[in-house]
Structure formats: C-alpha cells, structure tokens
Design a protein around this ligand. Structure first.
Ligand code: SF4
Length: 365
C-alpha cells in the first residue's frame, strides 16, 4: 500500500478509531491505547508506541500513517506571533496562527479553505469557498502546533497552547458537523484535553446553528458583529441580509450555557467613518441589553486592496469609554502579527476552487 493511499489515524474520533481497529480484528482496548499515543503523546511513528506489541505496530504502519497537514510556510512575527501555511492532502492550503500572551497562548484555527461568506473588511472574504475542512484537518492544526511548540505529552501545566479560537479562515457554523467532531476530539480529557471553557467559536451570525452549537459542543461564543444598524451591517457582513440584527441578538439571548461567568464576546472592527461614532457606541450598549456580553474592539488590520481605513486612536478610545461606562468590558485588542499578515481578518491562502475541489470532502480527510 503506497504512503499516499494510507489513511492517517491522527484526527480520527474514538468511534472511527475503534472501527478501523475492528477491521484488523484488534481488541477494543487497543483503540484506547492508540488514542493515548496519538492525542496524549503526539506520536508520529507507530514504532514509538512501546506499549503495543511489535507485530501489531508493524501491521498499523503497513496500513496507516499519523500524518498531520504539512507545513508549506512558517513565519514568526516580531511580536512572537507564529503563522503556518498548511498544505492539505489534496494540495489546498489554509493558515493557522499561534498568539503567545503573558497568561495564555491562543491558537487561531481555520474551518474552511476560503470562506462561504464575503465580509467586506476581511481578507479571507475575498477568497471564494474552495471546500470545508474535514474534522481531521481541523484537529491536525492543533496537533501540528503542538509539534511546533514541543508540547507533547499533553500536560495540563506550563502550556504555550492553552486556548483555541475558531476565528481563522472560514465560517465554522457552515461546517458545523466537522467542527463539532473536531472539537470533541480536542476537548477529550484523555487526549489533547483543552477544556470547552478555553475554546471560542466565532460566527458571522448563522442564526439557526447558534443554539445547536451551544447544545452540542458548549464552547464559548463570539459574534462577528461590527455594526449596530442593519443597513451598515448588510454591507460589512452580507449574511446580515439573511439573519438581521434582531434575530441574531435573540439567538444570543438564548445561547445555552452563557452567563455572567461565561459571557458572549461581540467583536467589533473599528472602521474610520463607517461604524466608529459615539452614537454607534451608545446603540451597541442598547442592543446588548439583557445579554451576558463583553465587547472586543479590533483596530482594523489593513490588507492589500482593503476598502477601509482603521478608525483613529481617539475614536476607538471614546467608543471603548462609552461601552465601559455602561458596564461592559470593551478592551481594545492589540493587533498581533500584522507584519506577517497574521492579524484578525488578514488570513488568506492562494487556493482557488478547481474542478477537483467541487467534490465533497474526501472521507479520509
Ligand atoms: S470574517 Fe469570518 S465569516 Fe466573514 S469572510 Fe472573514 S472568515 Fe469569512
């Protein structure tokens, strides 16, 4: 069996792993052992799995790999932010970003090649959707980052990768089944063990999927809001025409598991002369009434050909003061990785839709 035709076990869920091993006639406990080696120890070679019989390791190596997506390019920003351009098995590419901070290290994970949506302030929005990522390709970003950060076995302490945000390329709620399967692997305490409280899914507002997200994976929710009037948001986030502000905020009011201790994050990119006025800050406060909320103000990160400018520091500060004064935390996000186009809204790969990629996600990915 050629390497290319071998399936990777890295990225499979518990049931899929057990099903693969059943094909080999292996005892069910073998799946638990493999789970430990793949997701707790980060093994990339079956030969290293010393608790498995040598013969069984050889059988596994003959049929499977432990491959993650490969690194096509790696960049490190002056501020320590790291960006990886990943090449997938079918040649398409996505980006993943690690942002180290004093008290945490956040991995920004992609869920699609390109994006279903076309938010006007976002670089990814200029890249047509090529395809959804499979669960293994989403998990593969976490495993690859762990490899690069040298964070195996997956201890709970002293980690550089503590949090995950599904804020990379793509709209995760338009690929929910794969995203949910991937997050269940990532959250498993006997493997990668990243708690749902350390995972945030950001959506542009796919209203019908918000409740399901809360019920099925229960991660933190972030909303790509960026405007407080429908006519402005229709332009910045065209999905708003389908799910306007009133419906979106109602879905947030009912998000399972949100509370004052687990607030929903409203992301607001600051665009000069578009959405940065004090009146809009006051309207934001009015709209958030009754929602356990916090606001993240994002100075716009320019990208080649972008149709907007960042709001002035004074306008951003005034906006933040108004929201803070109303009792909501509204910190201004420090742009990270701008020098390597790794900041919010700057991600894009060269992948374009081709005949081949019109096919659904191949079962193995
Ligand atoms: S902001 Fe998110 S949903 Fe909108 S185009 Fe960019 S990646 Fe897609």
């Amino acid at each position: 069996m050629t390497v290319d035709s071998k399936k990777s076990l890295a990225g499979l869920g518990r049931a899929e792993l057990a099903a693969e091993l059943a094909l080999l006639g292996a005892e069910p406990f073998r799946a638990r052992q493999l789970w430990h080696w793949i997701y707790h120890r980060g093994a990339t070679d079956f030969a290293a799995m010393s608790s498995l019989a040598r013969g069984f390791r050889e059988v596994l190596a003959a049929r499977y790999t432990l491959d993650r997506p490969s690194i096509a390019a790696a960049q490190t920003s002056r501020d320590g932010t790291r960006k990886w351009l990943l090449r997938l098995a079918d040649g398409h590419e996505v980006e993943t970003v690690h942002i180290p901070e004093e008290d945490r290290g956040t991995l920004c994970v992609s869920s699609q090649v390109g994006c279903t949506l076309t938010c006007r302030f976002c670089h990814t929005g200029t890249q047509r959707l090529v395809r959804n990522l499979g669960a293994a390709e989403i998990v593969g970003q976490v495993m690859l980052a762990r490899d690069a950060l040298g964070e195996w076995p997956s201890s709970k302490d002293e980690r550089e990768l503590t949090n995950i945000v599904l804020m990379g390329m793509g709209e995760p709620l338009y690929n929910f089944d794969n995203v949910a399967a991937a997050m269940k692997i990532v959250m498993d305490p006997e493997g990668l063990a990243i708690s749902r409280r350390k995972i945030t899914l950001s959506t542009a507002g796919v209203v019908p999927m918000i409740a399901r997200c809360g019920a099925e994976i229960g991660v933190n929710l972030a909303i790509s809001l960026h405007a407080v009037r429908d006519d402005v948001r229709d332009v910045l986030v065209p999905l708003n025409k389908k799910y306007p502000l009133a419906a979106l905020l109602e879905a947030c009011r009912n998000y399972p598991g949100s509370s004052n201790a687990r607030r929903i994050t409203f992301e607001y990119v600051m665009l000069k002369g578009v959405n940065d006025s004090p009146a809009e800050a006051r309207e934001l406060v009015r709209l958030l009434k009754g929602i356990p909320a916090k606001v993240n103000l994002i100075p716009f990160n320019p990208w080649p050909g972008a149709p907007y400018e960042c709001a002035s520091d004074a306008a951003i500060a005034a906006f933040s003061d108004i929201v803070f004064a109303a009792g909501y935390s509204a910190p201004v996000r420090t742009p990270r990785g701008r020098d390597i186009l790794a900041a919010c809204g700057q991600l894009k790969s060269a992948s374009v839709k081709s005949r081949a990629s019109r096919l659904p996600v191949p079962a193995a990915l």
